[in-house]
Design a protein around this ligand. Structure first.
Ligand code: GLP
Length: 230
């Protein structure tokens, strides 16, 4: 079931999602959070940093798992999702270094790297709360159209729409799969901007299909969409 919240302006949307995460961390201070890259979650991360600075929340016992990464790409590459999430979020809060997990875009053996990630997710009890963005072609993480419902963390070829955004970046990625994402106990998807409207409408109103990976969220029991699509 997808619960939908509409906003006229993104500010209130981000405030509400941040409050939602705050109450999650109050209820379960050792939550496992799934983190999205892209530009959409950045204002959310800024709010969470501020809440931490105000001593409203602590990440002392939190574990985080990044959703995806370009492949091949060095972990320290400034364009990597690893660096983006560190710079925009993790290095500003009190999360332990050893509790931050990401897919290694420089792994020699990508298959092995993806298996490692699935095992780690299992070891830490799976994701309590997954933050998601959405691509204009309906992708979630790097699960492009064609991704199957049983897909796990894996190496994928990126769609043209995706590589067109950043032509200089690699044409492949490592990504949590659809099945991996659907295992999260709770999912919050954020979409901001007119350019996301069609993808969101298709995800909500069309039948579940591999052509439209976000539609798989209809199969999840506890997903919320936070939308500001003007
Ligand atoms: C990227 C990422 C996704 C992200 C999406 C939207 O390619 N793989 O995890 O949610 O595209 O990005 P943005 O938030 O910048 O629109």
């Amino acid at each position: 079931m997808i619960q939908i919240y509409f906003y006229d302006f993104p500010n209130k949307l981000y405030d509400d999602v941040a409050l939602k995460i705050k109450s999650k961390l109050k209820a379960k201070p050792d939550s496992v959070l799934g983190l999205a890259a892209g530009s959409t979650p950045i204002p959310l991360y800024q709010r969470l940093i501020q809440m931490y600075k105000n001593k409203e929340i602590s990440f002392k016992d939190v574990h985080t798992f990044n959703l995806d990464e370009y492949y091949p790409l060095a972990k320290s590459d400034p364009h990597s999702f690893n660096v983006l999430i560190q710079n925009e979020f993790l290095k500003h809060i009190n999360i332990k270094e050893k509790n931050r997990f990401s897919l290694d875009g420089s792994a020699k053996d990508p298959e092995h790297e993806c298996e490692r990630y699935e095992k780690l997710l299992k070891k830490y009890g799976g994701i309590d709360l997954q933050i998601l963005g959405i691509g204009t072609n309906g992708h979630i993480a790097f699960n492009e159209p064609g991704s199957t419902v049983d897909s796990k963390t894996r190496l994928v070829n990126l769609a043209k729409e995706t590589t067109n955004h950043n032509p200089k970046l690699p044409k492949q990625g490592l990504t949590m799969g659809i099945a991996t994402i659907l295992k999260a106990r709770e999912i919050l998807l954020i979409a901001v901007g007119k350019n996301k409207e069609a993808a969101v409408q298709n995800a909500l109103n069309q039948e579940v299909s591999a052509n439209n990976p976000t539609s798989y969220l209809q199969l999840h029991s506890k997903t919320e969409f936070y939308l500001s699509l003007k």
